[in-house]
Design a protein around this ligand. Structure first.
Ligand code: ADP
Length: 211
């Protein structure tokens, strides 16, 4: 099976061939994109084995367009194909009730909404922090301890799963809200439609490798 790269990925390959070793930032500068824009392209190119990434040195062209069935499969899997149901509470819910929800629904991260749109994320460590601080968790709303927008990392249903893996790894987090973007007034808001976590990725990995 032949791996089909996008035009942008082909351009990146040309640049690396001519300038190796070259850093992600230098590639981004040459193409006039931000480093963030190129992150998923570089992830795909290194995973297929065409590029080799050496920490603190940069990217090398290996020329190995390895016929990598696994990568080819992964490239065709979208977030919506493997996402789970999101567990959501509103921001005025008490920390106590949010902890109960976390246990009952057996998740490590809860998404918090305000007026039906994503307002924040609260994880196990956020709860532990507030509990050892001795706060009254029955009175305190979860909105007070959550990580809030606009600092929430999200993905959308039609994006490739590699993008989710990349965001989870880069940001050292366990899960991402899957959202649909809506413009309200002149503001972009996120409606939560799913959840993608390290567990989804681990399960997929097992399925792909045992198929
Ligand atoms: P845990 O608390 O179980 O280690 P995480 O590693 O996911 O879980 O969370 C670490 C921190 O990152 C927490 O403060 C949490 O609120 C925050 N966080 C979790 N998910 C996201 C996300 N998608 N975007 C931004 N911040 C997040």
């Amino acid at each position: 099976m032949i791996i089909k790269f996008t035009e942008r990925q082909k351009k990146i390959l040309e640049i690396v061939k001519e300038n190796e070793p070259i850093t992600g930032q230098e590639i981004a500068d040459l193409l006039g994109f931000t480093r963030a824009t190129l992150r998923s392209d570089l992830a795909i190119l290194t995973m297929t084995g065409v590029l080799d990434a050496r920490p603190k040195v940069g990217y090398f062209y290996t020329g190995k367009s390895s016929i990598n069935l696994l990568t080819e499969k992964v490239k065709n899997i979208k977030i919506k194909d493997i996402m789970s149901i999101p567990i959501v509470v509103t921001e005025n819910v008490s920390v106590y009730d949010a902890i109960v929800t976390m246990f009952l629904d057996d998740v490590g991260t809860i998404f918090v909404t305000s007026e039906n749109f994503l307002a924040g994320v609260v994880s196990r460590k956020d709860f532990l922090k507030i509990a050892i601080g001795g706060a009254n968790i029955n009175k305190m709303p979860v909105g007070m301890i959550m990580t809030r927008m606009p600092n929430i990392k999200v993905v959308t249903p039609d994006e490739n799963i590699l993008l989710a893996v990349d965001k989870i790894v880069q940001n050292e987090i366990d899960s991402l809200p899957v959202v649909e973007k809506e413009v309200v007034g002149n503001q972009e808001k996120y409606r939560v439609v799913g959840r993608i976590s390290k567990s989804n990725i681990t399960k997929l990995f097992l399925e792909l490798c045992t198929e």
